[in-house]
Design a protein around this ligand. Structure first.
Ligand SMILES: NC(=O)c1ccc[n+]([C@@H]2O[C@H](COP(=O)([O-])OP(=O)(O)OC[C@H]3O[C@@H](n4cnc5c(N)ncnc54)[C@H](O)[C@@H]3O)[C@@H](O)[C@H]2O)c1
Length: 372
């Protein structure tokens, strides 16, 4: 039996995935806000004895085997380190860290701990992202050389509490320039290129500040990522612009085919897989639905558990993230998004913060596998 503590109300999104696993029991919840604590406890069915308003108390008194950190971004690293140093596994919300110093501290803590760490990048587990990844790894796009990801989500209303003071987002997401929240876009795009793919250098430019003069964050920020496997990824982050949301746009181009996610207004996921016909100028260049390829290529978790995952919300990602982490712990396997993969998704955004203030100059991205 693996006991779990949920920290921060967002950790409630993982309840359905946890409850689908017979080896798991949620024993504790922690929230600073007593109202949010009550809702979280109700959602996870945790009695009063397992409810805490301080993280230290949850760790000491409930002593779960695993904590799920759904707290503000700057708390992920200190809270993960506290757990790891007690031998408690940690599943952290995105992004993994808010600066390079935190990255170094987190990697060191994972190295010295017997417990596992994983970053919960649910975007990598969306149905379309997993199917496109499977097609890419089967070689159906040929050699991949370009991918895109966009996170377009006007969250200006989340930068202040209803009574006025700034929230954590005002500091860590829009209190500085650069691609401060890029992992939802970069994670799935990197995985299209394969598990060895990582970003070696980053160049970042901004649109300037137009709709929200209070914060020093560009309305749109573009991060260009050069890859070690050849190719480039373009990430657009926009948490300001007045427009409909699209938090999951991705695209992929290879030598034999391409994929584009919907941009809304009735659009759907689509691919063109020219195959050998790609070299034939008379070949038909018409889109097909991505879902035409699901029968043959949809990966297993979505095949047998897709309906349950979809019901759990957030595109099913949270459901599979937590199941994968628990299964890695129970079977002693390396988690799919371990601390190094978490760095591969997070560090380019942190380097982009330096690039954008230097006018977009390309800067190298350290590989934390090699950082002492
Ligand atoms: N993966 C996704 O799809 C996704 C979606 C939303 C948010 N997030 C991430 O989840 C995290 C939380 O985001 P949110 O939108 O819920 O933020 P939020 O500001 O709405 O909520 C944060 C909550 O954390 C609580 N909290 C703060 N410090 C705490 C502490 N020390 N111990 C316990 N609880 C504490 C607050 O009381 C608050 O209820 C962020 O890291 C964000 O990036 C991820």
């Amino acid at each position: 039996m693996l006991t779990v503590g949920l920290v921060g109300k967002r950790a409630g999104s993982f309840v359905a995935g946890l409850q689908s696993l017979p080896e798991v029991r949620i024993v504790a919840v922690c929230e600073l806000s007593t109202e949010a604590l009550e809702r979280l406890a109700g959602r996870a069915d945790v009695p009063a004895g397992g409810q805490f308003t301080h993280y230290d108390d949850l760790l000491e008194r409930a002593r779960p085997d695993l904590v799920i950190l759904g707290t503000p971004m700057h708390l992920h690293v200190p809270q993960a380190i506290q757990a790891l140093d007690l031998g408690i596994h940690a599943l952290s919300e995105v992004t993994a860290a808010v600066d390079l110093d935190q990255c170094r501290q987190l990697v060191a803590a994972v190295r010295r701990s017997r417990a596992h760490y994983m970053m919960a990048e649910n975007a990598c587990y969306r149905k379309a992202a997993m199917l496109v990844r499977a097609l890419a790894h089967e070689g159906l796009f040929g050699r991949c050389y370009f991918a895109e990801g966009e996170y377009l989500h006007d969250v200006k209303q989340l930068h202040h509490f209803p009574d006025g003071p700034p929230t954590w987002r005002a500091t860590w997401q829009v209190g500085k320039r650069g691609c401060t929240y890029g992992t939802h876009s970069l994670g799935p795009a990197l995985e299209f290129f394969g598990p060895e793919a990582r970003v070696t250098s980053v160049s970042c430019m901004g649109s300037g500040i137009h709709t929200d003069p209070e914060h020093p964050h560009d309305d749109t920020c573009i991060m260009l990522c050069q890859l070690n496997v050849g190719g480039v990824i373009k990430v657009r982050l926009d948490m300001m612009s007045n427009r409909p949301h699209n938090q999951a746009y991705q695209a992929l181009q290879g030598t034999k085919g391409c994929y584009e996610a919907p941009r809304g207004f009735g659009d759907d996921h689509k691919v063109w897989l020219g195959g050998d016909a790609a070299s034939d100028p008379r070949a038909r260049r018409e889109w097909r639905s991505l879902w035409d390829y699901a029968d043959e290529f949809l990966p297993e978790p979505w095949r047998s558990l897709g309906n349950d995952a979809a019901r759990a919300g957030h595109g099913g990602g949270d459901y599979f993230v937590v199941r994968d982490f628990v299964q890695a712990i129970l079977h002693g396997r390396t988690p799919p998004i371990d601390v190094y993969r978490a760095m591969d998704y997070t560090v380019p955004g942190l380097i982009s913060e330096q690039s954008i203030v230097q006018g977009g100059v390309p800067l190298p991205v350290p590989d934390f596998r090699e950082v002492a």
